[in-house]
Design a protein around this ligand. Structure first.
Ligand code: NAD
Length: 479
């Protein structure tokens, strides 16, 4: 019998079967059926979150700590099962799915701790006898809108701080990955959240998401997804004078200098460009390589790519899972055709692959002879496609790396302290990696970018407080 999951509104599981969740490694495998909310249910969820806010925002820190800690413990205890379901619905490998699940547990654990570390400031006033207190308070109802590519980590890094700082939530996950979203909500619900504090509204972005954007009762929206949708979130939020935070696309450069360790550079390129099927906002889709190492780097990279095992995400041998769905596969193939037409050479891969089961399999693609002006170098493809851009020296590499409308991550492979130090200071990205892949970050430090990649305060770590709280300055005169 097919699994059927409902939405959680005001503490009740509601809804009728709406959409089917298909395994991209095997399109004959239906993960489950999921309720699809309409605008009325979205409004009910928002009203429930609004009603639950006064009590939750004033709850004792230990109450919030207990829920978050319990959720963390359950996620960790069930990491293999949850990670497997994640790999099954999204197509990242089993190891990646379990790794992402562990990260979600760590995020809940971190923010459980943060509930007990809240503090303010006591400042002397410029007026005699007056005291000034600076404190932080919860913002209100937070709308959480998430993409499909990190089905559990992104919801976790938004839900955990929102709850820790006393906000209530309306959570709308991406249509392609409802099982991971449902699981995390189910765990938090059973961990003891009062009704209405966390509401799950699975459904279409244009319906449920839009209803959240249009509501005057949503006090803040945190969004991760494409630039196009991000702009809609921004425009609607300005209209309602609400707080908003956007994490969007990337076109991240990995610079490889002549003095790089070749093995490290190839490891960073393979991991950054192709792991998680290249479907990461932090993926290195531009490999900016200096003349002296270019040919050796390309040859070694191709050799490694030949050995990469593309296949069913649930097969332990698989290193690169399928593309998430038919639409994304078409987008990847369209860009591969565009790259060839623009004059770049397809040096490896980019072909559909038949596996034992029907799925969206694509061999990782490498372009050489690309320029930074080509569309394949400027637009986010969001698939296992990377371009090698040949440059003369470090100065040109830095200029090319920074010449992009995005600014999420960047990386450099070099043994020169001088160049690494200069790059860290002058790269126009929110996160910079030296001799490390551009993707793969810690859970306890700020995450976010610049330019077209991000807008608003950083996510994760203590910096998350900036978005999920509002500052109050209180003056008192003792008389
Ligand atoms: P998307 O913009 O299509 O969808 C994101 C979410 O927005 C989904 O839940 C969707 O249903 C919802 N949505 C769609 N239309 C809406 C509307 N009118 N109103 C409100 N919500 C609406 O993005 P996607 O395809 O799911 O995700 C891929 C994108 O996410 C890529 O661009 C990737 O770079 C980006 N991403 C960024 C980060 C980051 O931290 N910078 C992390 C992961 C993914």
């Amino acid at each position: 019998m097919t699994l059927f999951r409902k939405n959680l509104i005001d503490g009740e599981w509601l809804g009728e079967a709406g959409s089917r969740n298909i395994n991209p490694s095997n399109t004959g495998d239906v993960v489950g059926e999921y309720a699809s909310a309409g605008p009325e249910q979205a409004k009910q969820a928002i009203a429930a979150a609004k009603a639950a806010f006064p009590a939750w925002s004033r709850s004792a820190p230990l109450v919030r700590h207990a829920v978050l800690k319990k959720a963390s413990d359950e996620i960790m205890a069930r990491k293999d099962e949850i990670g497997r379901n994640l790999a099954r619905e999204e197509g990242k490998t089993l190891a990646e799915g379990i790794g992402e699940t562990i990260r979600a547990a760590q995020l809940f654990d971190f923010f459980a701790g943060e509930t007990l570390r809240l503090s303010g400031e006591l400042v002397p006033s410029v007026r005699p006898g007056v005291g000034v207190e600076i404190t932080r308070e919860a913002v209100g109802v937070v709308g959480i809108i998430t993409p499909w590519n990190f089905p559990i980590a992104i919801p976790a890094w938004k839900i955990a701080p929102a709850l820790a700082y006393g906000n209530t939530i309306v959570f709308k996950p991406a249509e392609l990955v409802p099982e991971s979203a449902w699981t995390i909500v189910d765990i938090l619900h059973r961990a003891g959240l009062p009704k209405g504090v966390l509401n799950l509204v699975m459904g279409k972005g244009s319906v449920v998401g839009q209803a959240m954007l249009d509501s005057p009762d949503v006090n803040a929206i945190t969004f991760t997804g494409s630039v196009g949708t991000g702009k809609r979130v921004a425009a609607a939020s300005v209209e309602h004078m609400r707080k908003f935070q956007l994490e969007m696309g990337g076109k991240n450069p990995l610079v490889v200098l002549d003095d790089a360790h070749l093995g490290t550079a190839v490891d960073c390129a393979v991991n950054g460009a192709y792991f998680s099927t290249g479907q990461r906002c932090t993926a290195s889709s531009r490999l900016v390589v200096t003349d002296g190492i270019h040919d050796r780097f390309v040859a070694a990279l191709k050799e490694r790519m030949e050995k990469l095992v593309v296949g069913d995400a649930l097969d332990a041998k698989t290193q690169i899972g399928p593309v998430v769905d038919a639409t994304q596969l078409k987008q990847d193939e369209d860009y591969i055709a565009i790259g060839r037409k623009e004059g770049a050479e397809l040096a490896f891969g980019g072909e559909r692959l038949d596996a034992a089961t029907p799925g969206f399999y694509l061999t990782p693609a490498l372009f050489t002879g690309a320029t930074n002006a080509m569309r394949i170098s400027r637009e986010e493809i969001f698939g296992p496609v990377a371009n090698v851009i040949r440059v003369g020296d470090y100065d040109e590499a830095l200029a090319v790396a920074n010449d992009t409308p995005f600014g999420l991550t960047s990386g450099i492979c070099t043994s020169s302290l001088k160049h690494a130090t200069h790059f860290k200071r002058n790269s126009e990205a929110g996160m910079v990696m030296v001799n490390l892949p551009t993707a793969g970050v810690d859970f306890h430090v700020p995450f976010g970018g610049r330019k077209g990649s991000s807008y608003g305060p950083r996510e994760q770590g203590r910096y998350a407080m900036e978005f999920y709280t509002t500052v109050k300055t209180a003056y008192s005169f003792a008389g």
